[in-house]
Design a protein around this ligand. Structure first.
Ligand SMILES: Cc1cc2nc3c(=O)[nH]c(=O)nc-3n(C[C@H](O)[C@H](O)[C@H](O)COP(=O)(O)OP(=O)(O)OC[C@H]3O[C@@H](n4cnc5c(N)ncnc54)[C@H](O)[C@@H]3O)c2cc1C
Length: 349
């Protein structure tokens, strides 16, 4: 793998005020890679170079090859999807690394990470993002059980969308629900009883990583002694090897074909109550939390995809997605860190 970083940090004299005597005779603005953003921290610069190289040299060729395969072939043993996963794992972007970064750098780290991954391949980028979701959200909710019970290496996914209800499970306030609408029965319900959570129903074929996932963070309606209520739902960690879990065929799509997506079915899947990350009374907080993170991630991918389509550099979108990350709750992490490069064994370096 070529070790040359594609992106270079700006030279010192390219930023900071220039004495008037050295101004050009006919001054004009020259924006650099980051537009009007101030220079990035050294650690963030290193991450930027590392992930950009990875996106260029690993993700782009693999994404192109996977795009030509059927959805079944993409997830088959020996597919390059697995080479991508191995290479991405060697970057060391795991919960331990994320928790070690100074909180004030997290908005930049998140925006740059997901912009660069999105620039590499939008589908593979989403696969990497949702993979992190079960442990990432568990950390956010202050839940230690998930870390003790389930290794981070398990492939993660995020179950929200339902065949009859779209992504309504994330509209706990009913903000987009029609005033005269009747909700009907949710497709997926977690019954909360003494000491158990019992899940029945399904999530739609849109679940990213669904066909390959081993651990899900599930957002769904809850059934308590007061009945079924989608507005007071539940967030549950579901090991997908559990009795009663089954999966549909991987979804054939027109785009993002490198991203495996598919249905997950739950037939009275019984879990210990420890798997309940957010109870019905806190569901709105759980929804807010995932919106703030997932929107920041999507805010990172989207300008990258736009930049890819238009062959434009990522200037203004960089600021926009960093602003999105700043408003998210990514600032929760404790600090104390060494540098990214020291930690990572990255093929893109
Ligand atoms: C690249 C990509 C990745 C994604 N990743 C994930 C993922 O990881 N996990 C996941 O769960 N989802 C995922 N999704 C799905 C995504 O979250 C939803 O497709 C998206 O949010 C659209 O949902 P919606 O509710 O806005 O729209 P729609 O599903 O179109 O729903 C709009 C409205 O119509 C109503 N409605 C929908 N279907 C019916 C019906 N049959 N009968 C009556 N009313 C109906 C809904 O109640 C809703 O109010 C992904 C989608 C894409 C494109």
């Amino acid at each position: 793998m070529n070790n040359t970083a594609v992106l270079q940090p700006p030279r010192a004299e390219t930023f900071g005020p220039r004495p008037f005597a050295r101004w050009d005779a006919n001054p004009s603005v020259r924006l650099g890679q980051l537009g009007a953003e101030p220079p990035m921290d050294d650690l963030v610069n290193q991450l930027h170079q590392t992930v950009h190289g990875f996106a260029d040299r690993v993700m782009r060729p693999i994404g192109r090859d996977l795009d030509r395969l059927s959805a079944e072939q993409v997830i088959a043993t020996g597919s390059q999807l697995w080479s991508f996963r191995d290479a991405y794992a060697s970057l060391g972007i795991n919960m331990e690394a994320l928790a070690s970064f100074p909180p004030e750098l997290m908005p930049d780290i998140f925006a740059i990470l997901f912009e660069e991954l999105g620039w590499g391949d939008a589908g593979l980028a989403i696969s990497a993002g949702v993979d992190l979701m079960p442990h990432y959200m568990a950390a956010k909710f202050g839940n230690e059980f998930v870390f003790k019970a389930y290794p981070e290496e398990l492939i993660g996914c995020w179950g929200i969308t339902e065949p009859d209800h779209g992504s309504d499970s994330l509209d706990a306030n009913g903000a987009i629900f029609h005033a005269q609408g009747k909700y009907g029965r949710p497709n997926c319900v977690a019954k909360i009883t003494d000491g158990k959570v019992i899940i029945s129903g399904q999530k739609s074929a849109w679940v990213s990583n669904g066909p390959i996932a081993e651990l899900a963070i599930l957002y769904c309606a809850a059934e308590t002694k007061d009945g079924v209520d989608p507005r007071r739902g539940a967030v549950v960690i579901v090991p997908l090897k559990s009795l009663g879990v089954s999966k549909g065929k991987p979804l054939e799509k027109m785009g993002q074909r490198a991203l495996p997506q598919g249905e997950i079915f739950f037939d009275n899947v019984e879990l210990d109550i420890d798997h309940l990350l957010v109870a019905p009374e806190d569901y709105k907080k759980g929804v807010y939390a995932i919106h703030s993170e997932a929107n920041a991630l999507m805010g990172g991918y989207s300008p990258a995809v736009l930049a890819q389509l238009t062959s434009m550099p990522m200037l203004m979108p960089m600021s926009a997605s960093r602003a999105a990350c700043r408003s998210s709750a990514t600032r929760m992490w404790p600090s104390a860190c060494s540098t990214w490069r020291a930690r990572s064994n990255c093929p893109g370096r």
